[in-house]
Design a protein around this ligand. Structure first.
Ligand code: GDP
Length: 335
């Protein structure tokens, strides 16, 4: 539902290098038209939450207060977040009572409807590149999957016939620049970069200039995920933003926060920080294939009012799917 299986040449194909986060040594495959979430053949494995909810309603019965208390606990454990969960369960319970239904399936459906309503309320999956050039800043902590996600989105945009370049404004780590260069080679996309330690604002300036002078549809800018302190990191992101804004008013059009779904509520705290300081416009939730929780998207929508635009469902370059509310809720509550 959330992605398709990677079509590796060989399932045992080794990565290009044992270094963490190094792109796999696959040859670039011809870009394919991106598919939506539905009909992709592979589902990210169930979140586990659906099974718990089903079993709670099945055992205790939705007429029972204890059942809703247990559902509350399950949602909190599934990363939906305490505040959101309490409101959600209250609303689902009233909806269930109003529905006149009996038994566990209508109760589960009421819960699904409430989650859907919260997610739909802030929009979803509607990633519009906009008129060229579109400057896209990627922010997020190291290890969240930022670089891989940049490559995945670049691939997707190329599949739609868009021209683009990548820019390495994480100058704090030499490895980050190198990693982006490798992806650029695989994608056949230019990588705007300077040496490690260079001013990230200068890289961003070059990137925007290149996007304009080359008539590109998009420039995807990587940024640092860690500096000496969080305050420094946020100041740097703010500076990159301002450089881009001054160079090209109205840009960056998108500031995408890459968030690892397995980090749970800690991820929510990160999202809060980045959204306040970096002006995040949307979230890409990675590693949904590797979490037994996954409710974080509900918390992000409800608490931060940020749309989740894409989900990452694997390490391969095609493992990125637009966020589809119905498909997500079905996945979250599937047993
Ligand atoms: P960065 O430090 O934020 O740039 O993170 P990287 O892009 O280097 O990714 C860190 C690790 O997460 C790498 O091993 C990636 O292959 C992996 N990764 C990224 N996205 C996903 C995803 O959606 N699912 C899984 N399972 N792994 C991912």
């Amino acid at each position: 539902m959330f992605g398709r299986r990677r079509e590796r040449t060989s399932p045992a194909e080794p990565p290009a290098s044992p270094a963490e986060g190094t792109p796999p040594a696959t040859r670039p495959r011809p870009a394919r038209a991106p598919s939506g979430l539905r009909g992709l053949g592979l589902r990210a494995r169930p979140s586990g939450l659906g099974e718990r909810v089903r079993s709670i309603f099945g055992t205790l019965g939705p007429q029972n207060d204890a059942a809703w208390d247990a559902v509350e606990e399950a949602l909190i454990a599934g990363d939906v977040g305490a505040t959101t969960t309490l409101q959600l369960v209250d609303a689902a319970r009233s909806r269930y009572a109003r529905s006149g239904g009996r038994g566990s399936e209508p109760a589960r459906a009421a819960l699904a409807d409430e989650i859907r309503a919260r997610l739909s309320g802030i929009g979803s999956g509607a990633f519009e590149l906009g008129a060229p050039p579109s400057v896209i800043l990627f922010v997020g902590v190291n290890g969240s999957g930022k670089t891989t996600t940049i490559a995945k989105l670049a691939r997707r945009l190329q599949g739609e016939g868009r021209t683009l370049a990548l820019a390495a404004a994480d100058t704090f780590r030499a490895a980050a620049i190198e990693q982006l260069r490798i992806w650029g080679e695989q994608l056949g996309a230019a990588v705007i970069a300077q040496r490690a330690g260079a001013d990230p604002g200068a890289v961003a300036f070059d990137a925007v200039t290149a996007a304009e002078s080359r008539g590109l549809d998009a420039i995807l800018i990587d940024t640092a995920g860690r500096l000496h302190s969080k305050a420094q990191l946020m100041a740097e992101l703010g500076k990159i933003r301002r450089v881009v804004e001054r160079r090209l008013p109205g840009q960056p059009r998108h500031v995408l926060l890459v968030l690892d779904a397995t980090t749970g509520q800690n991820g929510l705290a990160q999202a809060d920080g980045f959204s306040q300081e970096a002006g995040v416009t949307g979230v890409i939730l990675t590693k949904l294939d590797g979490t037994a929780k996954g409710g974080i998207a509900v918390a992000i929508a409800d608490r931060l009012r940020l749309p989740v635009l894409f989900v990452g469902v694997g390490e391969g370059i095609d493992d990125l799917a637009p966020f589809d509310v119905d498909a997500y809720v079905e996945w979250l509550l599937s047993a």
